[in-house]
Unconditional design. Structure first.
Ligand code: ZN
Length: 138
């Protein structure tokens, strides 16, 4: 049984730093939320529980980004070295945004919606929140 933590972004990222992908699930209607919500937006229930997801899913949508936020310059991303951000539909149902690796950001026309992905947990950066990284399976 998971220890009780508030259903907040802070709790979510704390779990990520512990290499766990955790969603909140409504005890009343079983709707699942990722990142977690403290209140069910389907039935307005307030009884939530934590559920650990396997970390596997499929690419639902994506964008290759050539001009990103300033922090991506430190990662050597620019118009000649784009990166891909995507929405991943987890096998358990909920969707979440993350970086997509193992595909060619310079050829976005070759990236396929439905590609199988697996979550990789990054090493925690000092002071920063770890973002979610997904890698193409196989
Ligand atoms: Zn509900």
């Amino acid at each position: 049984m998971t220890e009780q933590r508030n259903f907040t972004a802070d709790s979510f990222y704390k779990f990520v730093s512990e290499k766990k992908l955790m969603a909140s699930r409504c005890k009343k209607c079983q709707a699942m939320f990722l990142p977690p919500h403290p209140i069910c937006i389907k039935c307005f229930g307030i009884e939530m529980e934590w559920v650990e997801l396997k970390g596997t899913g499929k690419l639902a949508a994506f964008s290759a980004i050539s001009v990103g936020p300033t922090c991506t310059l430190a990662e050597s991303h620019d118009r000649n070295n784009p990166y891909v951000v995507g929405i991943v539909k987890m096998d358990e149902g909920p969707k979440i945004c993350g970086r997509i690796h193992g595909i060619d950001p310079k050829s976005p026309e070759k990236i396929k919606v439905g590609t199988h992905l697996k979550l990789e947990f990054p090493e925690q950066k000092a002071g920063g929140r770890a973002y979610l990284n997904f890698r193409v399976v196989g």
